[in-house]
Design a protein around this ligand. Structure first.
Ligand code: NAP
Length: 498
């Protein structure tokens, strides 16, 4: 079997697309293109620029494993530093040569064994393998609040921050208290004349340190051995495992421990008993994505800050009217109201083998075998696709594991051993059935809350098992799921190049 020179197209140049590009070049793929709809790399870190933007994964664990960054200034990485890390990495690995910016793929059709792409510019392209690295949370969710269009101040979504608006000394209302809303309040409490946080459901807050690395520490991190030691990878990965176990087993020791820490954080750090009760969640910790914050409780107790738990009746020209009839006059309203979590490649039109329409497969909810591939859509592989792991850990690590799996699928095509790789319908059905069964045991389902983790039927849409199971599943594909009985055994002289 001869090794084939495959043409590979990657959709998106965010964290996952950059990873795919680097890995493809590293493995000797030369005919590759990344299409990016915007004019810069970075994905979510390009789009989110709100004040206080921080990733809650420890800085040194929020990098590619092959490109550590000694220069992080803080224990938790600020959004702007993450964005420049991705830009630097893109440059360093020579990816700018293969990225086409301001090119959005609008359609992909599998015909005669290849993917035929339509681009918004009117151009077309063809690929043997298509990698969808389009991200998860990229379509802002605007709340359906009456009168929003009548507001005469500034109103914008957290992911579309309007930096032309001066914030100092202003009256600001922030709707939503997910990770985003909490970070915005912490950043602005000292700057605004008045800041009101509109909370519909109280959240559990996990305390976390976010100190600065000293110049000496950062200099020392240039030595990979010192950095590796400082990262305490084993301890961190044990924490990830414990976290995923706490999600999958509400009665686990880890779940009880995390609950106790969050509860103590609330009890010990909110002085006013009335405010404390308003901030006390009515669901199990981890049911919603846990919020890590070093300073939210402090911020919400700032003299200029107020927590508003009265429901929102409507928005009026001068502010927000709550259901008790009070008008809260504001200069700026921020919708920190999250994202539509079921978009992935949407709004692309994707047509697979024999005219299969992705929208038919995804009619009820996005589906993918092991979050990576779909029957009837051969040679199309997703990074951070539907039902992949999400939580308070690094999605970079998740994407790297998924890439290891995808590489093995691509090797079989590249070797010429098979032309098309897609899981069977039975494999997807069996995976999804066991996934849903397990998902119904998780705290996301049983913990008594609503969240973006749930699909339209109220079932968690994510990976419902622990982290090590994910790593195991990514290590070696079960080839029977792809209708390939035997493990891959390249003949001598036809081995895949590295
Ligand atoms: P989110 O977690 O989905 O939170 C949306 C918030 O908006 C919730 O508090 C929700 O209230 C509220 N909301 C929605 N519609 C509303 C309405 N009509 N009226 C009042 N309140 C309304 O969104 P997010 O905070 O942007 O975070 C999304 C995800 O992005 C996170 O879970 C995380 O995965 C990622 N993220 C990560 C970090 C990080 O540090 N790594 C930072 C930011 C974001 P209910 O709870 O009542 O529904």
């Amino acid at each position: 079997m001869a090794q084939q020179d495959l043409r590979v197209v990657v959709l998106g140049a965010g964290m996952a697309g950059i990873l795919a590009g680097i890995k493809l070049l590293e493995r000797g793929y030369r005919d590759i293109t990344l299409y990016e709809k915007a004019d810069r790399v970075g994905g979510t870190w390009r789009e989110n620029t709100y004040p206080g933007l921080t990733c809650d994964v420890p800085s040194h664990h929020y990098t590619y494993s092959f490109e550590r960054n000694p220069d992080w200034t803080r224990h938790l990485p600020p959004g702007a530093e993450i964005q420049s890390y991705f830009e630097r990495t893109t440059e360093k690995y020579g990816l700018y040569d293969v990225i086409r910016f301001n090119e959005e793929a609008t359609s992909a059709r599998f015909e005669n064994g290849r993917w035929h792409l339509g681009l918004r510019s009117g151009r077309q392209d063809v690929a043997d393998v298509l990698i969808a690295a389009t991200g998860v949370l990229h379509k802002p969710r605007f709340p359906d609040i009456k009168g929003a269009d009548t507001f005469t101040g500034h109103l914008f979504h957290s992911a579309r921050w309007d930096h032309s608006v001066d914030l100092d000394g202003k009256r600001i209302g922030v709707i939503g208290n997910g990770s985003t809303g909490v970070q915005i309040i912490s950043a602005l409490a000292g700057r605004a004349a008045k800041i009101e946080h509109y909370q519909r459901t109280a959240q559990w807050i996990m305390p976390v340190e976010n100190g600065y690395f000293s110049d000496e520490e950062r200099a020392a991190f240039r030595d990979p051995a010192v950095l590796e030691q400082a990262m305490q990878t084993e301890t961190y990965m044990a924490g990830v495992e414990r976290y995923t176990e706490a999600v999958t087993d509400m009665e686990s020791e880890g779940a009880r421990e995390m609950a106790a820490i969050c509860l103590a954080n609330l009890e010990n750090n909110v002085q006013d008993p009335a405010l404390r009760e308003k901030l006390r969640p009515d669901h199990a910790p981890l049911c919603k994505r846990l919020i890590f914050s070093p300073d939210y409780y402090q911020a919400i107790q700032h003299p200029n800050a107020a927590l508003v738990t009265e429901g929102i009746e409507c928005i009026e020209p001068s502010g927000i009217r709550t259901r008790d009839g009070e008008l809260h006059e504001l200069d700026i309203i921020v919708f920190a109201t999250g994202f539509h979590p079921d978009c992935f490649m949407r709004p692309m039109t994707i047509t697979g083998r024999n005219g299969a329409d992705l929208e038919d497969l995804w009619h009820e909810k996005p589906l993918a075998y092991l979050a990576i591939s779909m029957p009837d859509f051969p040679n199309l592989f997703m990074l951070n696709g539907p039902s992949g792991p999400v939580g308070n850990f690094s999605l970079i690590d998740i994407a790297e594991n998924q890439w290891g799996y995808i590489e093995q699928l691509m090797d079989r095509i590249r070797s010429g051993e098979c032309q098309e790789i897609a899981p069977t319908r039975d494999a997807l059905a069996a995976y999804e059935a066991s996934r849903v069964e397990a998902a119904k045991q998780t705290v996301w389902f049983r913990g008594g809350c609503n969240s973006w983790y749930l699909d339209k039927q109220g079932v968690p849409a994510s990976w419902p098992w622990n982290y090590s199971r994910f790593v195991d599943m990514m290590t070696t594909p079960d080839w029977r799921a792809f209708g390939l009985a035997t493990p891959f055994a390249p003949k001598e002289g036809a081995a895949v190049a590295n």
